[in-house]
Structures are given as C-alpha cells and as structure tokens.
Design a protein around this ligand. Structure first.
Ligand code: ATP
Ligand code: MG
Length: 152
C-alpha cells in the first residue's frame, strides 16, 4: 500500500534510534486501491507516530525486559478495507479516551506535541473519506486504532 509504505518509511528512522520492532501484515488483495488512498499517508503517520511514542516512553517506565512493538495490519473486508495499528505502549487512561480526537488535546510535555495529530487524522478518515476511526486500549498494556474505509 502506497500510503502505508510512506508511513512505514517515516517510522523506519525512529526504529533505528530506539530499537522498535515493526510488524506488518498487509492483505495483498487490496493493492489496487492504493492510488485512491495515497493521501491517507498523513493520517496514518499521525497514528503510527503516536504508537511509536507510546511504546517508546513505556520503555523508560518499566524495569523488566520490554520490546516496544508496533504492528500494522490491513484486511480486505469486501466493501471496506480495514487498517489496524497496534502498539504495546502505555495505553490511554479512561478519562482521556473521549478527548484524544479533540484539537489541541495532548498529554505530551510542552514542545513535544501540538495535540493536532489525531484531530487531523479524524478529519481525513471520517470527513474526507467517509470512513470510521475507532480506538481500543487498555491502560498500561496496549492501544489499537482501527480504521475502516469504504472502497468507493
Ligand atoms: N497510541 C497511543 N498510546 C497512548 N496514548 C495515545 C496514543 N495515541 C494518542 N494518545 C494520546 O492522545 C493524545 C492526542 O494525540 P494527538 O496525536 O492528537 O496529539 P499529540 O501526539 O499529543 O501531538 P501531535 O500529534 O500534534 O504531535 C496524546 O497526547 C496521547 O495522550
Ligand atoms: Mg500525535
């Protein structure tokens, strides 16, 4: 996938700096749709960027061996395609789960985040592409963003 490829390369650089494992599992039957979705890169990069950050800072919070891992999976669901971005990072506390898509909501230290990433992503996925964007998370354990996009 072109959009995914781009997003993937953007995190490859980070990978080198903190030993991140990136797992990908792309459904080959959706390759031909890539062109239409090439402008999704920005949306995906924002999510992947957050995922990298969350698994990265977890590394500093725990003493046991920990391997920060981000997995990207695509699936052809017939009339829609599904993209899942999973990380084994810090998770999102219940109180924040409703707020993460709001512009300027951030928990990052000043200077490290504008809080615009997910609101832009939401605009692109839901506003522009009539898709769906959901989050599943368990604080302390994982976060998974699930994007579904209509094929037409
Ligand atoms: N994968 C994740 N794991 C844990 N928390 C997350 C994750 N993704 C988003 N969040 C939470 O949602 C908040 C908002 O995310 P968003 O991408 O909109 O802004 P940001 O990352 O803080 O800043 P920016 O994207 O502008 O650099 C984050 O500050 C963080 O608290
Ligand atoms: Mg962000």
């Amino acid at each position: 996938a072109q959009a995914l490829q781009l997003a993937y390369h953007s995190i490859r650089a980070k990978d080198k700096t903190f030993n991140l494992t990136i797992e990908t599992d792309y459904d080959k039957s959706i390759e031909e749709l890539d062109v239409a979705f090439s402008d999704l890169s920005r949306a995906l990069i924002n999510i992947i960027d957050n995922a990298c950050y969350a698994s990265h800072i977890k590394q500093f919070k725990i003493t046991a061996d920990f391997n920060p891992t981000v997995s990207i999976t695509t699936k052809n669901l017939g009339t829609t395609i599904e993209i899942r971005i999973h990380d084994n990072g810090i998770g999102i506390p219940q109180d924040n789960q409703q707020k993460i898509f709001l512009p300027f909501f951030t928990t990052k230290p000043p200077g490290q985040g504008t809080g615009l990433g997910l609101s832009i992503t939401h605009d692109i996925i839901v506003g522009q592409h009539r898709g769906n964007l959901e989050v599943q998370t368990e604080p302390g354990n994982y976060t998974e963003f699930i994007i579904t996009l209509p094929k037409s």
